[in-house]
Every structure is written in C-alpha cells, then in structure tokens.
Design a protein around this ligand. Structure first.
Ligand code: F6P
Length: 509
C-alpha cells in the first residue's frame, strides 16, 4: 500500500489544501502589511488557491461578493437572463441566488389593497402603490444582502429598477457593505418579434395565468406603458459616478460595458454576450462500450468492443433520422405560423455538428456518420477526466493499491483530484469545458456531442441545473442518448435507450 501524495492532500477545495511553507517573517527593514488591499480577482472555486484567500478572503479582493442588479422595462427578458446567469454561475460552483421583487410583491399581495398585479398598481401617479413598490424593492435587496452576509456569493436583484433614483438607492445600500461589488445589467429590446413573444410568455406567468388571455394581454400592455412613462436608461451621470454596468441590446446583439472590474463580472458579461434564442437540439451521448469498459477499467484509450461498434452504427442512422424530422417540424411550424399574425421568415436549414473527444472510443463511435451531412470535430476539452496514477486501473485495484485515495474520493467526489501528473477533479473538468458551454450557447446549429461519463454528467448538470452534490453520481449509462431543447425558462429533456437485440433506439420515460 502506498500513498502517492506523501504529506500533501490534493483535494482541490480551498479549505482542504495543506501547504507546508511558512509565512515569511516580517523584517524590520522591509515591513509590509500581510494583507494588502489587492486588486486581482481571479477566483475559480476548487481551481485557484492562495494563502491570502484562506486567511483573509475578503480584504484582498479574492472571494469578494457580487450583487447583480437587473434594469429594464417589463418583457425585456430580464428573468430569462437572470435564470440563465444563475444556472451558469452555480454550475461554475459560485453560490448564487435570485431575489425577485415580483415574487415578493405576490407574497405580500394580501397587504396591498386593490390587487398588486393590475396595471394601476404600476401607474407612477399612484403615489401609495409607488411607495409600496419602492419598499418591496429595498426589502428584497435587504434579503439579498442578508443572504450574502451569511455566506452566499452572488446575489441577483431581479426587478425593473428603471429609474436613476432607484438605482442610486440600491448602490448606496450595497456600498455600506464594504466587500460587495455591484454590477448593473440593463436589458434593452426594440425587436418587435422578440417583444411580442415575451409579452405572450407573460400570460402563462404567475400574475396572469388565471386570467382571460385577451384581458391579461391588454392589462400587461398598460403596465408596460406605465413603466415607459418614467423609465430612465442607465445614464451618463451614472457612468460618471463610476458605476459598473452592462447594457444588453436585443438579446446580446449589441453590448455596452462600462467600468467592468474583476473576473466574475467579466465572466458574466462574456457569457451574456453569447446566447441566442434559436430553436435547436443538443444531443448528448457517451461513446459506445469500449474494451476497457467491458473489463471495468477506468480512463485509458481503448477501442470500441463489438457491442460498442453496433451502438455507433445505429447511432449514425438514428441521428440522421432525427435531423430529417427536425427539418420537417421546422417547416410545418413555419407554414402554420405564417397564417397567424406573428411575422415569420422561412427558417434556414441548420447545420448539424458532431463533436467528440480525442480518444479512440468516441472517434470510433461516430465513424459511420456521413461527412457530407454532419460537420465532425474532435476536441480535446471533451476527453474523459484524467485519473493520473489511477488511469487504466479498476476501482477495486485502486481501493487495494491506494486505499486513502479511494476513501478521499468517496468523501468528496466533486472536489477530489486524482494523484499524479495531470490528474483531474470534476471541478477541473468543469473549467476545462467552460469555453465549450459558451460556444454551445452562442451557436444556433444542431449538435451531437459524443463524450465520456464525467463530461456528460457535467454537461447535463449545466443544462438541467443539477445541484452540485448530485453531479458526480448522476446515472448516465452507456448506450443512452439525451436530447436537450432550450426553452424560454428551462431545458426540455428527452432520452432514448439502445436495444441491442432490436438494434434500434427506444424512448425512455
Ligand atoms: O468507467 C468509465 C469512465 O468514463 C472512466 O474513464 C472514468 O474515470 C469514470 O467513468 C468516471 O466516473 P466516476 O467519476 O463515477 O468514477
């Protein structure tokens, strides 16, 4: 039995890293404060560690808290943006929470006379309602601040925050908390097609779903025009006061960013620059069974088994069929929509991409795909977690040879990093595939990704907003394929399983 790590433990959790270096003693001639007010902010949970961050996490800028404040008229997609951002940041392992003023209003609705969702409640001339609305916004901010002070990392204030006065109050309140950074995100939209869709989406929301749709739509339009009477876009005055902000215009087609400080804000903006609302499919699968899978060995670069090859052949037929079906559905929808009032244009034929890792078992799985129908790429980021010294061992071999490693991994599988050169943790893999997530958000094409167990869990976790504790143990068997379709507020998931005897795929409930 050997311990491959000697005295060091390699859990990638900040608080679990042991380091034997002494803190440098202060000399009389060169005295420097131990904790300077540093400006750097590279901070990736489980990936970046620093002595300073462990001892004084907030003073040195690393680990500071972020308040994201939404701004914009109703129906500008704020809640859509907020949900996506929250899902992305949580997936990157930042503790993130949305504080929605509308929900607070609905929860306190019984305190408000004359109903809190009718358009008159949003009339700026309605003094008493205005007071209640301002109070609700600040109460919601207090809840957010309280949550951050109790350990949360990124709080998102989801409201219209549509006047300079409101934003000033929010900023002042946040500035009382010295370690908070504030990022305003204003969503502006003047694309009528998107606005019309957003308005209609509101009808199934909590304020309107029990109302007659025509009446609901008319009321909501009046609510929007009430807001328009007083709406102030983020102004030059606010810019002069050094406000950190980003304006997203027409679903990220145009972006204006000002005074962006720090890694986290930069990440949020880069992410938001890259999404789109197009209707598309993202297919995910593990490779076909490999010869190492068949004997229970992890990692390595073995070829497909006979079973795995059959799966690959059937996969190419099945995905080709799905490509054709998608086009048929797209055209059917176009034909029926063009008779209704919504403006539409003939949908373009989508490209279909196929991405695999650079390991034999995924490349062989797509061997039968027709290059004229599919754009095939092999990407190293999609490789399986690298198990370092444990590569090509079975789990029981690891348990016998490295019992401490085996039990450390069982204790904290998400943060655990395999020993040896290049050994990775789940968190390392998350950050390795982060650029691909942004690319998936950016693209409008359909795609099939053929990858490995860990990468598949992590991709599904992103799209389905899976809690971090569950990610490393999600069931993702071989020979099962997943189809994800991004929708307005979540992602639709369908699954198919390969039946070897019938040599075909069947839907799984
Ligand atoms: O066994 C197949 C495999 O893809 C291995 O290469 C990899 O180490 C393992 O699955 C990851 O699964 P888990 O994180 O549950 O060990």
């Amino acid at each position: 039995m050997s311990n491959p790590r000697n005295s060091r433990r390699y859990l990638s959790n900040d608080s679990d890293v042991e380091d034997s270096d002494e803190i440098e003693p202060l000399s009389v001639s060169f005295q420097r404060p131990l904790f300077r007010n540093r400006k750097y902010s590279l901070d990736l949970p489980g990936i970046v560690t620093s002595k300073l961050t462990q001892e004084q996490p907030l003073k040195c800028g690393v680990g500071s808290k972020l308040v994201v404040v939404m701004t914009g008229l109703p129906a500008r997609g704020k809640s859509y943006i907020v949900k996506k951002l929250k899902r992305y940041l949580s997936w990157l392992q930042y503790d993130t929470k949305i504080f929605n003023v509308g929900n607070l209003r609905r929860n306190t609705a019984q305190l408000i006379k004359n109903g809190s969702h009718s358009h008159s409640f949003f009339d700026p001339a309605n003094k008493s309602a205005k007071k209640v609305r301002e109070q609700l916004a600040m109460d919601c901010l207090d809840e957010l601040i309280d949550w951050l002070n109790k350990g949360g990392r990124i709080g998102i204030h989801d409201a219209t925050n549509s006047t300079v006065e409101r934003r000033r109050k929010i900023l002042e309140r946040c500035q009382r908390e010295t370690t908070f950074k504030v990022l305003f995100i204003e969503s502006i939209c003047n694309d009528n097609e998107v606005l019309e869709k957003n308005m209609r989406l509101k009808l199934s929301g909590p304020d309107y779903r029990k109302m007659d749709p025509e009446k609901a739509l008319a009321d909501f339009r009046k609510r929007v025009s009430n807001y328009e009477k007083v709406y102030e876009t983020i102004s030059e005055e606010e810019e002069k006061a050094d406000m950190q902000y980003c304006k997203l215009i027409n679903v990220g087609k145009k972006i204006i960013a000002h005074n962006i400080q720090g890694y986290l804000s930069g990440q949020c903006i880069f992410y938001l620059m890259n999404f789109n609302l197009s209707d598309r499919q993202i297919w995910l699968s593990r490779h076909g069974e490999s010869t190492d899978n068949a004997i229970g060995k992890i990692g390595g670069d073995s070829p497909l088994s006979e079973k795995g090859r059959k799966f690959g052949e059937c996969l190419s037929r099945f995905i080709f069929k799905q490509k054709v079906l998608f086009r048929q559905k797209q055209m059917d929808e176009y034909r029926s929509a063009s008779t209704s009032s919504l403006p539409t244009s003939v949908p373009q034929v989508k490209n279909f991409l196929v991405w695999t890792s650079m390991l034999k078992r995924t490349i062989e799985t797509v061997e039968n795909f027709d290059q004229r129908e599919f754009d095939i790429m092999h990407i190293r980021f999609l490789n399986e977690i690298y198990a370092g010294l444990c590569e090509e061992m079975s789990h029981s071999e690891i348990e016998i040879k490295y019992p401490e490693e085996y039990s450390e991994r069982r204790k904290n599988k998400l943060y655990y990093r395999y020993p040896g050169m290049g050994g990775e943790s789940y968190l390392d893999v998350i950050h390795r595939i982060n650029p691909l997530i942004v690319e998936l958000e950016r693209m409008t094409d359909n795609i099939l990704i053929v990858t490995h167990q860990v990468v598949l869990r992590i991709l599904l976790a992103y799209f389905l907003d899976v809690e971090k504790e569950k990610v490393p143990n999600m069931e993702v068997p071989l020979h099962t394929i997943y189809c994800l379709q991004p929708k307005a507020y979540d992602t639709e998931l369908k699954r198919w399983k390969y039946d070897e005897e019938k040599d075909d795929f069947f839907p799984v409930e």
